[in-house]
Write a protein that binds this ligand. Structure first.
Ligand code: SF4
Length: 332
């Protein structure tokens, strides 16, 4: 069949498919390919093929448990758990009994990991306690999602049973958040130095983000050996200061998932997208995050009763797209 897109795109796809790392300029070229073009479908096809051959058709589900809700003083503009958003007025911590029940149910339903998320000022000691408890109650690998940490705290996470940590340098870090980009990158280095796996997603993507800034974070993930690093879009909660920018569609997310997959090359063990949806499963994604507890995209205290997608639904979507969630995880 005649190839009806630029030879330049074909060259980049060939290079990526040969597992030769593509450079910044090549990644930006892919980012500029428009939806509904043959080149766009070629990018998605290459990413899909790469993931299916490297991940052995495994569909991953890393179960998010948001441990607490509070009006977080960090006031990141895209987050519903902030003081400024005014959605949550008081601090709520889910009980240990509830967290254990969620974790056990997730284990029974085939979760490949438990991602424990806290808000910005949640005490690390408390997270360590939850980790120790869950380690004794389930056999599912534990991943922490918390504030910046130092080496001593990284070691403490390991000692408490965590095998990895999710930590993103967010789009607009330092502009839309009060947090320091370099400090976040130092934390990622701490993970590597103490032996925690680093999990990442390029997030929270909105229509206002440039190809350059998105590619910058894709390359950060590849260069620092992320276990996975896909794409999460920003969800604008009602009244969000980011509402004026709108949101990207799932189809647009799938395009970005594909580009990020090609950038990641031979590095990752899985490729994520959030929130769970089908189209990215044919563009290189194989990893979903089912959710309960707090969620920075939701106005409900327990996202399991709000936006959060359950694990059974995630697995069903994966099966429909010929990913097998019952195989063992490739990530740990
Ligand atoms: S993203 Fe995290 S640190 Fe930022 S406001 Fe939300 S909970 Fe706080």
């Amino acid at each position: 069949m005649k190839q009806e897109y630029e030879p330049r795109i074909a060259d980049i796809l060939k290079k990526a498919s040969d597992r030769v790392p593509i450079d910044r300029e090549e990644a930006v070229t892919l980012m500029k390919v428009r939806l509904h073009t043959k080149a766009c479908y070629a990018i998605m096809e290459a990413a899909n093929r790469m993931s299916r051959s490297e991940f052995g058709e495994k569909g991953e589900n890393h179960f998010h448990i948001g441990l607490n809700v509070e009006p977080c003083p960090m006031d990141c503009l895209f987050c519903s758990l902030t003081r400024k958003a005014g959605i949550f007025k008081e601090k709520i911590e889910f009980s240990m009994a509830q967290v254990i029940a969620w974790a056990k149910q997730a284990e029974q339903q085939g979760a490949d990991a438990l991602n424990l998320m806290t808000t910005g000022t949640y005490p690390l000691n408390r997270l360590l306690e939850v980790g120790r408890l869950l380690q004794s109650e389930t056999r599912v690998p534990l991943v922490a999602n918390t504030r910046d940490i130092n080496h001593r705290e990284g070691q403490a996470l390991l000692d408490a049973g965590f095998v990895g940590a999710y930590h993103a340098v967010r789009l607009g870090e330092g502009r839309d958040t009060p947090l320091n980009r370099q400090k976040r990158i130092r934390t990622i280095q701490v993970f590597r130095e103490v032996g925690l796996q680093w999990m990442n997603c390029v997030e929270p993507v909105g229509p206002e983000h440039s190809a350059d800034e998105i590619v910058d974070l894709m390359l950060l993930a590849r260069n620092n050996g992320a276990t996975y690093s896909g794409i999460m879009r920003r969800i604008n909660f009602p009244g969000s200061p980011m509402e004026r920018f709108g949101m990207i569609s799932e189809l647009e997310m799938a395009r970005l998932v594909a580009v990020s997959r090609l950038v990641m090359g031979a590095v990752p063990k899985a490729h994520c997208t959030h929130e769970p949806h089908t189209v990215s499963l044919m563009a290189g994604a194989n990893l979903f995050f089912p959710e309960v507890g707090s969620n920075p995209r939701d106005g409900k205290t327990d996202t399991g009763k709000g936006r959060g997608t359950g694990i059974a639904h995630c697995r069903q979507m994966q099966r429909e797209m010929a990913w097998d969630p019952s195989r063992p995880s490739n990530c740990f």
